[in-house]
Design a protein around this ligand. Structure first.
Ligand SMILES: Cc1ncc(COP(=O)(O)O)c(C=O)c1O
Length: 494
């Protein structure tokens, strides 16, 4: 396979494939990637990265100052470990429409999207009006308000599930989903997919990105359960069984090995913490059938795909309705919120008090006001038509430049999200994803950044997110930067 062969781009370097992947796992250990620039006798790609990192740092002296000062007040100098990015965190001043501005005054087209949140863009008039009006009328009561009804019924319409509750983060949503599956079935085991991230609660912090030298991943058709953080008890890790994405047989085997013991399976229906990996035809429907045959449940984690993959998320795109859907990120138009939808059978366990789904800030009026505006005024049919045109413009431009420069890469996209996967062959699962060349993803990220387009850090793991406020000029800036990157990489290697 072309992507695993040694090429002039990759040699010589102290940066092993395993370190490369570890460098972009959301585990805070990405500084291992520094080996690429610290090495002597650098590869052409390492030279490109070093030159771009130099430009990057020179453009952002104030970010560097703040980052240095912050280490005295914020652990690691940031507010979430994923904000520690190489070569240095970018400190932001503000956002407006489709643009972000850093503290040094640099402007960026925002394709970072706040890790999948900013589908509305920044300062969208409908969100501003809704939030402003609600702030004046009180932001928190811990009592239900009518707005929550409007949000729930719009989510029902879009996702095909009748009953909803709210929370404040994706982690809370997937935690409730796992609890619910256990509560309903009275079983402890769950199945999750290798390489899927579902937040930072114990049951799903398993095999998120098992690439550290000490991680024993096990065989691809029977992956081991590897804790993804310190602080996760082995006893909990053992309750989470791991399978590969797009592998129905693996689920069949897990069910057969543990008859009547598996509560359910949680999955990103379109995998989005390994670039973007699409489900193969029949995979999701097959999962539902297999799980239901064993009395187990299916939960879709649509924290990233909800609203961004399409009006009804991946559920709408794939036509498979699970027992439980978890939403967060984009649904609040930039305000923290989460939602869990379920069938009547599932949510009966909440309604009758069997499972206590609680939280002081759940469905707070501020989050509900923003969510209602998002659902009814921002992500309209017209907005999705516009996003589709922009998606096609980006895909066409990137595909053209990949071909022109003979890169081993492909563009994968759905709705407002997409990414360039630096691999010659399609990626079906996490094991394939390990072969994606992260050094190219990092170099691409740097070219975009220095060229005024802010993609999410974390190289090959993340995707772009367009907003309803992006326009063709934004996409053209993105494609132009890609063209510069691609031709420089080709020149360095030919
Ligand atoms: C698919 C998925 N699920 C859950 C989460 C957790 O969401 P949060 O960070 O809001 O807790 C994330 C966060 O990136 C995610 O990508």
């Amino acid at each position: 396979m072309a992507t695993t062969q040694a090429s002039p781009l990759d040699q010589p370097t102290s940066h092993s494939a395993a370190n490369s992947a570890a460098a972009t796992c959301p585990s805070g250990n990405h500084n291992q990637a520094a080996g690429e620039t610290a090495a002597t006798g650098r590869s052409p790609l390492a030279e490109i990265i070093a030159a771009q990192e130099d430009i990057f740092v020179r453009r952002q002296p104030k970010s560097a100052q703040l980052a240095a000062a912050a280490t005295g007040a914020l652990a690691g100098g940031v507010v979430s470990s994923w904000q520690i990015s190489r070569p240095q965190p970018v400190w932001l001043s503000h956002g407006s429409g489709s643009k972000l501005y850093d503290v040094d005054g640099n402007e960026y087209v925002d394709l970072h999207g706040g890790y999948g949140v900013s589908l509305a863009g920044h300062g969208h008039p409908a969100i501003v009006a809704a939030v402003r009006a609600q702030v004046e009328r009180g932001t928190h009561f811990a009592q239900p308000t009518e707005t929550a009804l409007a949000v729930a019924s719009e989510l029902s319409r879009r996702f095909g599930l009748p009953l909803w509750r709210f929370g404040n983060s994706g982690t809370e949503a997937t935690m409730d989903a796992v609890h619910l599956m256990r509560a309903i079935t009275g079983r402890d085991l769950i199945i999750k997919v290798e390489g899927c991230y579902h937040g930072h609660h114990d049951s799903v912090q398993v095999s998120v990105c098992p690439v550290a030298p000490e991680d024993d991943r096990g065989p691809a058709d029977h992956p081991a359960s590897v804790p993804s953080s310190t602080g996760i008890p082995q006893a909990i890790t053992d309750l989470t069984l791991v399978v590969g994405f797009n592998d129905l047989d693996a689920v069949r085997r897990r069910l057969a090995e543990n008859p009547g013991r598996i509560a359910g399976m949680i999955i990103e229906p379109i995998m989005m913490n390994a670039g973007i990996i699409l489900p193969e035809p029949g995979y999701l429907a097959g999962l539902k059938e297999l799980l239901h045959a064993d009395g187990a449940l299916l939960a879709f984690d649509e924290v990233k795909t909800g609203l961004t993959a399409g009006p009804g998320g991946a559920t709408g795109v794939t036509g498979v309705t699970p027992d439980i859907v978890c939403l967060a990120k984009a649904i609040g138009g930039g305000i923290a919120v989460a939602a869990i939808g379920g069938t009547h059978e599932v949510m009966a366990h909440v309604a009758d008090g069997d499972y206590e789904m609680v939280g002081t800030f759940n469905g707070n009026p501020l989050a509900m006001a923003a969510s209602r505006a998002m659902l009814t005024e921002v992500v309209t049919d017209d907005a999705y038509q516009k996003l589709e045109k922009l998606r096609l413009r980006a895909v066409d431009g990137l595909t053209r430049e990949i071909a022109r420069n003979n890169l081993d890469a492909q563009v994968v996209s759905v709705g407002a999200k997409g990414c360039v996967v630096f691999s010659a062959r399609p990626v079906r699962n996490f094991r394939d994803f390990l072969d994606v060349r992260d050094s190219l993803s990092h170099a691409h990220w740097l070219y975009q950044h220095n060229g005024g387009v802010f993609l999410p850090p974390w190289g090959k793991i993340e995707q772009w997110l367009m907003s309803v406020q992006h326009d063709e000029a934004d996409i053209d800036r993105f494609v132009d930067n890609f063209a510069t990157f691609a031709s420089n990489v080709r020149a360095a290697t030919s």
